[in-house]
Write a protein that binds this ligand. Structure first.
Ligand SMILES: CCCCCCCCCCCCCC(=O)SCCNC(=O)CCNC(=O)[C@H](O)C(C)(C)COP(=O)(O)OP(=O)(O)OC[C@H]1O[C@@H](n2cnc3c(N)ncnc32)[C@H](O)[C@@H]1OP(=O)(O)O
Length: 230
């Protein structure tokens, strides 16, 4: 993680974050629903072509005004992070399942339903998706005070196939050594653990301090900070 990461200020409060999420999360859910529908639909070719035309019109509307590249990581002045483009948990990212992780008593936990969009072996979760979710899990488990570490090494062990459907993620820190944090993570279905991971998470020596990030984000205004749209 280097100092040229895309940190930026969104000078907003919790109420404004909630307002924006109340608009974008249902949109993201609708796009997830669309992905699921495209995978599972059995309508005829004419319907598929009509659907494509309608979707292309929506894409054109959304592209009327947009960022040059990824969403980046926005922070408020009190250091609330908004990684809304994140591939595993981003509130604006329909590629990500609707997973929210939270930490209670040192254990990070989240529940999510993995549907057709996450299939690998028929009826089962793709191994890369399991690894993605476990990577996010160990990342959030290692993060302290909203300051992330990078995944140095992620060792994933697939114990048995994970059926599509509800899964639970749990992670905990197993040790620290200098800038390294060791984390164990598990992905489980109703019958127990299906995939487990051990990670070495590293706070890079070049990583900016919280004060440096604060200075960087408050030193310039984000182009979107004063816009009313979420
Ligand atoms: C917005 C707010 C969000 C807040 C929540 C955040 C959640 C975020 C969730 C995001 C989740 C998503 C997460 C993602 O997807 S993170 C993205 C995927 N990961 C990367 O891209 C990492 C790329 N690699 C690097 O940046 C550097 O190589 C790192 C940072 C890893 C080390 O570079 P650095 O120059 O700092 O290292 P050093 O040479 O001083 O060595 C230091 C120590 O580390 C040991 N070592 C070195 N490399 C490795 C290795 N690969 N495995 C094991 N150990 C390693 C080394 O032996 C030494 O140990 P010791 O000799 O001291 O004992």
């Amino acid at each position: 993680m280097s100092a040229d990461m895309d940190f930026r200020l969104e000078d907003i409060d919790d109420a404004e974050i909630a307002r924006r999420l109340s608009i974008v999360e249902p949109l993201t859910d609708s796009v997830r629903d669309l992905v699921d529908a495209v995978i599972r639909t059995e309508v005829d070719d004419a319907e598929l072509i009509a659907a494509r035309t309608a979707i292309e019109a929506i894409v054109t509307r959304l592209r009327a005004r947009q960022k040059d590249k990824g969403y980046g990581v926005a922070f408020t002045r009190d250091f609330t992070g908004m990684p809304w483009g994140n591939a595993a948990t981003g509130a604006r990212n329909a590629v990500a399942p609707p997973l929210r992780l939270s930490k209670v008593d040192g254990v990070t936990r989240g529940d999510v339903v993995l549907g057709a969009a996450y299939e690998g072996p028929g009826g089962h979760v793709h191994g890369g998706i399991a690894a993605l979710l476990l990577d996010q899990l160990v990342g959030e488990t290692a993060a302290a005070d909203n300051m992330p570490s990078f995944t140095g090494t992620l060792t994933v062990r697939y114990l048995r196939p994970t059926p599509l459907g509800p899964v639970t993620l749990t992670g905990r820190v197993t040790g620290t050594e200098g800038r390294k944090t060791f984390v164990h993570g598990e992905l489980s279905d109703a019958d127990g653990v299906t995939v487990e991971a051990d990670a070495v998470m590293i706070r890079p020596k070049s990583f900016p301090s919280r004060d440096q990030i604060s200075a960087a984000i408050t030193g310039h205004d984000t182009p979107t900070a004063d816009k009313p749209t979420p």
